[in-house]
Design a protein around this ligand. Sequence first.
Ligand SMILES: *Cc1c(COP(=O)(O)O)cnc(C)c1O
Length: 399
Amino acid sequence: MSERFTGSFTQQEPIPKAGIDAALRVLQSGRLHRYNVADGEHGETALLEQEFATSVDAKYCLAVASGGYAMATALRAVGVKAGDKVLSNAFTLAPVPGAIAAVGGDPLFVGVTRDLTIDLDDLEAKSDQASVLLLSHMRGHMCDMDRLMSICDAAGIKVIEDCAHTMGAKWNGTWSGRNGVMGCYSCQTYKHVNSGEGGLLVSDDDDLMARAIMLSGSYMLFERHLAGPPKEAFAQIKYETPNISGRMDHLRAAILRPQLADLETQVTRWNDRYRAVEQGLADTTGLTVIARDVKERYVGSSIQFLLEGWSAEGVKEAIARCSARGVELKWFGGAEPVAFTSRYDSWRYVACEPMPATDEILRGIVDMRLPLTFSVEDCAFIAQIIRSEVSAVYQEMGA
Ligand SMILES: *Cc1c(COP(=O)(O)O)cnc(C)c1O
């Protein structure tokens, strides 16, 4: 009987003790709302914003209720209105087109390459059809950001980055989230810091950040922010901007601050695990490991590979056999959206043209989480299981 892996793919590490202690202090204080602070106290939320801004070399940061809320707020702040088209990735997760829909916009999908990044030729071809791109660094894969920015700058397109899987990542030395006008991050349980739910928004732009702060529901308390623009930036904006409440509270911020301080260590640990799986899968017949650009400093909190040209039956059989041995894989090629793996044509509220080249790639994408509760040895074992089951199915079924 073949050996089985028994770890849980959805088990996170506990919140660090410093976070638990800080959370208890907040609970004891009774002051949970971000603007409820004692005399001389800044509050956990404002401190988190200040620390995150510093960590990614941004002038400003706003903490909000979720990553999805951060994206919708960024879209509103740059002025997307009902009926506007917004470019975005065909390969991403549901909250991305959902954020566009939240402001009444219409997603215009751009294809995916074999590197699992946005297809820059397709982006260039569609660049005259919209003035905003919501760029998703889906599953942590970053495209050639230099070329992307030159396409967008030439076409007058404003870029908003979805960094749900790239907190801590860089392209060519620049932090993810810092090429576009705004960067959006998620602090949801399955991302790189965990407060259950939560989001962060960064920018260097006074006007955009003043709008975002008003949108998030700052009432007229924006002067309490430590990582916000000066009060002059709000002079007109405070009258013009609706309050669409989506603030972060002190409790979540308290949990997040120690995790943020540990992020670099966690990135190293994730990448050790990622490389163990990547190495274990190298040169498996029928399986393509995703190439990573040397300019990319990624965070391997999940790993993907391609089963290119396989039949649906073959992929399903390989996934079923891995699952029988305790290895949970997700497939982006399924006809129906399952759990987190929906695809552009399952979002039927969006009118879109068929994308055959993208469909071909999506049909082959297999995805796996790498929680930090797995050891590097666990990851090597997982790779061994995938390798043997994928090879067996490939041999038996001729893919
Ligand atoms: C998780 C996620 C988001 C947003 O996350 P929330 O659950 O709203 O915090 C955005 N983009 C991608 C690609 C994601 O995976």
